[in-house]
Design a binder for this molecule. Structure first.
Ligand code: URA
Length: 209
């Protein structure tokens, strides 16, 4: 985001960040977010899981919330779900470091429960600012919580997956969360179809990679 560039989101400017380059903007935002105490999850966390990856990524992957491994390391998708996510990305020709990976909420909910509405309300502006800084072409939404939160709907997975959804100028794809795939491997084929579709779209809109 440059100084002359308007924010994409009304609620993205709660804590203005000095704008220089995407990498510097993300660093500055990360410093602010790591101090966040807006909700109860701040009391329980070991680390804020801000997100990581290419500050100029064309693809932004959004999960739900950190688990125990992510909380311990302060990095997104580093546990079993993360290993599967890496394989999914690799299968469509992306290395983890090429994309950006973040979550709807940045602190681990106790017992890995779903994030509560007020926790999402507190945390979502940080993600909106990350999107504003990175401005990816494509967003991959992992699971129903991420998809419902970003797309602002209450639709089922089957109603959202398998197609391109335009949201706020971004091209979004929805697929199953890797944790759901670990529980139900039958969904892997559908996930494969979803990410193939994403890759085909990426190749159309970013023909030079
Ligand atoms: N599940 C998520 O949704 N996010 C992570 O970072 C790890 C597991």
């Amino acid at each position: 985001m440059t100084t002359t560039q308007a924010s994409l989101f009304d609620n993205a400017t709660a804590q203005p960040v000095q704008q220089t380059s995407p990498a510097a903007d993300l660093d500055a935002l990360g410093k602010i977010v790591r101090e966040c105490r807006k909700c109860r999850l701040a009391e329980l966390r070991k680390n804020v899981v801000f997100g990581e990856g290419n500050p100029k990524a064309r693809v932004f992957v959004i999960g739900e919330a950190p688990g125990a491994d992510e909380d311990a390391q302060g990095r997104p998708f580093v546990g079993r779900s993360g290993q599967l996510l890496d394989k999914i990305l690799f299968a469509i020709g992306f290395e983890r470091k090429e994309v950006y990976i973040g979550n709807i909420i940045k602190c681990r909910p106790p017992e890995n429960r779903n994030p509560l509405a007020d926790e999402i309300d507190c945390c979502k502006p940080w993600l909106m600012q990350q999107l504003d800084i990175i401005r990816p072409d494509i967003i991959l939404l992992l699971g129903r919580v991420a998809a419902n939160t970003i797309l602002g709907n209450t639709l089922s997975m089957s109603a959202m997956r398998g197609k391109l959804i335009r949201w706020n100028g971004f091209d979004c794809f929805v697929t199953y969360h890797p944790a759901a795939l670990l529980r139900n491997p039958n969904w892997k084929r559908l996930c494969w179809e979803d990410v193939q579709q994403l890759r085909a779209h990426y190749d159309t809109i970013c023909p030079n990679g």
